[in-house]
Write a protein that binds this ligand. Sequence first.
Ligand SMILES: NC(=O)c1ccc[n+]([C@@H]2O[C@H](COP(=O)([O-])OP(=O)(O)OC[C@H]3O[C@@H](n4cnc5c(N)ncnc54)[C@H](OP(=O)(O)O)[C@@H]3O)[C@@H](O)[C@H]2O)c1
Length: 278
Amino acid sequence: MSRTSLDAIDIADRTGAWGCMTFFASSSAASPQETPARVALVTGASQGLGLALTRELACRGWVVAMAARHEEQLLAAVAQLEQECPGARLLARRADVSVEADRAALVDAVARRWGRLDLLVHNASALGPVPLPSLLEVPFEAFEPVFRTNVLAPVRLIQLAWPLLEAAPRALVVSVTSDAALEGYPGWGVYGASKAALELVTRTFAHELAGRSVRFVAVDPGDMDTAMHRAAVPDADPSALADPRRVARKMADLAESLLDPSAPPPGPSVPLRVTLGG
Ligand SMILES: NC(=O)c1ccc[n+]([C@@H]2O[C@H](COP(=O)([O-])OP(=O)(O)OC[C@H]3O[C@@H](n4cnc5c(N)ncnc54)[C@H](OP(=O)(O)O)[C@@H]3O)[C@@H](O)[C@H]2O)c1
């Protein structure tokens, strides 16, 4: 389906640039009054794991708000999803999660459309400079944008979306992490440190908010055949890497099992870090 055939364009949100426009795909887009089955917000949803997870959730009947920075790729992703998952209910919005105004507008769009959020996935991520430099040589300025995207954006999105998460009967926040958070791989210091910090804040939210209806988990998807992996390790053998769609299925299964009303409450039996792998 082309952009012009999208049935509803929320022009109330439009301030001149597409960057401020929200559009809804599919004739089954929810009205403000409608309460859909489950609502997810996936950051970095225009390609790679984020797109695969959006597809998986949408095909399972979830309503998915998807965000990324680049318009063309986001539109292409929506068109692809409409082909692969007819009837998908999507809200696509151009947003840079490292920018406060974009974060606020993104959460506001979900609030106005659905008033609740069952699943928030911090998937958008910055890798930092490539080829991957050593910590001794990396330009000091490289840290800030990586930490702004990988750590500060998730914290802020949780703060902003908290009323929506609490409005769901049960909600889950997934922080997409990496084994680089644990291992100290040469060249991966900036990215790895940011993912370690992301895991720490995710764990802290979990402890601080234990007993509430929102749970938190850090998920390591394992090595996947995506643009980010190609940028980091250009000579990797793609056949040795997981298909992000396969990983997305596992992630959706995990989310649905943790959101199941019969699942045990957060506690020692429920891990705060899960490794999926291919
Ligand atoms: N690939 C792997 O092997 C691997 C391994 C372990 C963990 N991970 C983690 O898995 C997640 C997904 O990685 P991937 O490999 O699928 O990445 P990817 O293919 O590079 O896709 C990244 C997505 O995030 C978006 N994005 C990046 N910066 C953003 C920002 N500031 N605001 C909004 N959107 C942004 C990109 O679109 P725009 O550029 O248009 O914004 C794109 O849609 C990441 O958290 C990554 O750290 C990946």
